[in-house]
Write a protein that binds this ligand. Structure first.
Ligand SMILES: Nc1ncnc2c1ncn2[C@@H]1O[C@H](COP(=O)(O)OP(=O)(O)OP(=O)(O)O)[C@@H](O)[C@H]1O
Ligand SMILES: [Mg+2]
Length: 470
């Protein structure tokens, strides 16, 4: 028997028209289930937030709880109307058409998978408009975050003109512009060749991923040089004077000039040499820098941060792009800054001056970016791995399988609007299942992520098998 065929449950009561309780029906409706509420003078759509405690658990049996989502009309379609308090209303399973209407009524049009909190054949849709917030995507390794992120980015590319900047540490999105043959035809008009600029280290294919040191703000340059204004005050001071008059084009020229200068200049030159900066391939020279590519209004730019010899290079180029986006914030170009493995760039505890600066920039974008159209979409395995001041600014949650109770507890504190019982189900999710909640979701919903339209880049390394005949 499906939930839709199940006999109705009676006894839903609401004192305020916003939340309700119910006792009968036991555990038929689990947290997240969508229900129709029909009673004297009331027709509404609700969502169960916790099921009643099981029968036989004594006189203190806790009722089930839920929230009223919307009033519905005669045809059970959501309508804008206050829901009055009610008593002894009937709870019914929601037919698929009502969920479709609900999604439509709140402008949720981006298909991202199949709804698992209700009848399973309903396409789950997100509100593109809800990405004007910061979004946190979280789940343990292998839960399907990168795959799901790909699905979200494809849909944003298809349905919006939002500028996407993807900071991609594992080359997972380098094929975001390559449509699969089985992708539906309409996708090819918005996705496909030319839709995505892919910038990469030398030898990896794609356009070069570069940064321009000379145009970085001085504080950012100092961070690349790992210079601290207090601990390294003489060198920092020399750096300020040097950069005020520096007309050379390349870091190699800068190093040569410094090496031939005063003792303070030589000290600064040694720093460049010790950091191996002259050998970095990331300097733009005649190439456009990544910041310039993004600024030229590329619709989507993927920055493949892998493939560099020095781990400081990807951090430095990320910083240049973030500084540039922040520096030009007054232009208010709606931009989604996507960071996979966000703990690398937005670390809870940065380990170098450069990582600290990148993190500080992201903290500032998290705090103030919204009013300039700069929004973050950050993905990581554990909430505690990213900076708490960024996490606390996130209004959208996409949660995939997560075993750690402590991590779920932390998410419950930050995302207080998500029914706790739905969060607590996360250890039981299978790969590709996701809880979506916040401004981008019509209601908190459990979703099975749909198929990618474009190719995945990296992927897991397969276990090599022994071939007895080989
Ligand atoms: N919804 C899905 N449908 C089909 N395959 C999937 C789905 N989700 C994940 N996979 C596959 O499972 C593997 C792991 O997924 P993915 O790389 O997205 O996990 P992850 O959460 O990003 O892991 P990590 O934290 O280690 O980066 C990949 O090979 C991916 O192709
Ligand atoms: Mg991943």
């Amino acid at each position: 028997m499906t939930a839709a065929d199940a006999p109705a449950v009676r006894g839903a009561t609401s004192l305020d028209g916003r939340t309700f309780t119910f006792t009968a029906g036991g555990g038929r409706y689990v947290a997240g289930s969508m229900v129709l509420l029909h009673g004297t003078g009331v027709s509404a759509l609700g969502q169960v937030t916790s099921s009643p405690s099981p029968a036989g658990s004594g006189r203190d049996r806790a009722p089930g709880e839920g929230v009223v989502v919307a009033a519905v009309g005669d045809d059970d379609v959501p309508v804008r109307r206050e829901v009055p308090p009610f008593a002894d209303a009937r709870l019914d399973a929601v037919p698929p058409a009502v969920l479709e209407s609900l999604q439509l009524s709140v402008g949720a049009t981006l298909p991202v998978g199949v709804w698992r909190s209700g009848p399973s054949d309903v396409v789950a849709r997100l509100r593109a408009g809800g990405f004007n917030r910061h979004t946190f995507l979280c789940g343990q390794s292998g839960s399907g975050k990168t795959y799901a992120l790909g699905v979200l980015l494809e849909q944003l590319l298809l349905a919006t003109d939002l500028r996407l900047v993807v900071l991609d540490p594992n080359a997972d999105f380098v094929r975001l512009g390559e449509l699969r043959k089985d992708a539906p035809a309409p996708a090819s008009t918005r996705l496909g060749p030319g839709a995505v600029r892919v910038l990469r280290a030398a030898g990896a294919g794609g356009e070069p991923l570069r940064l321009r040191f000379a145009t970085m703000p001085p504080r950012a340059q100092a961070a690349v040089l790992q210079l601290d204004p207090v601990a390294d005050r003489a060198e920092y001071n020399q750096f300020l004077h040097t950069m005020a008059t520096f007309r050379a084009h390349s870091v190699t020229e800068l190093a040569a000039t410094l090496q031939a200068g005063s003792p303070d200049e030589r000290a600064l030159g040694q720093r460049l040499e010790n950091l191996g900066m002259e050998e970095w391939e990331v300097w733009a020279a005649e190439n456009p820098s990544a910041a310039e590519v993004v600024d030229a209004h590329a619709r989507a730019t993927v920055l493949d941060l892998g493939g560099f010899r020095d781990p400081l290079e990807p951090l430095a180029v990320s910083l240049d792009v973030l500084e540039d986006l922040w520096g030009r914030r007054a232009r208010r170009v709606p931009t989604l800054i996507v960071v996979d493995e966000a703990h690398n760039l937005c670390a809870a505890e940065p380990t170098s001056a450069l990582q600290e600066r990148v993190t500080a920039r992201l903290v500032q974008i998290a705090a103030e970016g919204r009013k300039y159209g700069l929004w973050l979409l950050l993905s990581t395995q554990r909430p505690s791995k990213i900076h708490p001041q960024v996490l606390s600014q996130c209004d959208n949650l996409a949660l995939m399988r997560m075993n750690s109770r402590a991590d779920l507890e932390e998410l419950a504190k930050v995302f207080g609007f998500v029914p706790r019982a739905m969060l607590q189900a996360a250890p039981h999710y299978v790969q590709g299942e996701m809880l979506l909640a916040g401004a981008f979701a019509p209601v908190p919903s459990r979703v099975r992520v749909g198929a990618r339209l474009t190719f995945e880049g990296g992927g897991d390394v397969p276990v090599p098998m022994w071939d007895p005949h080989g």
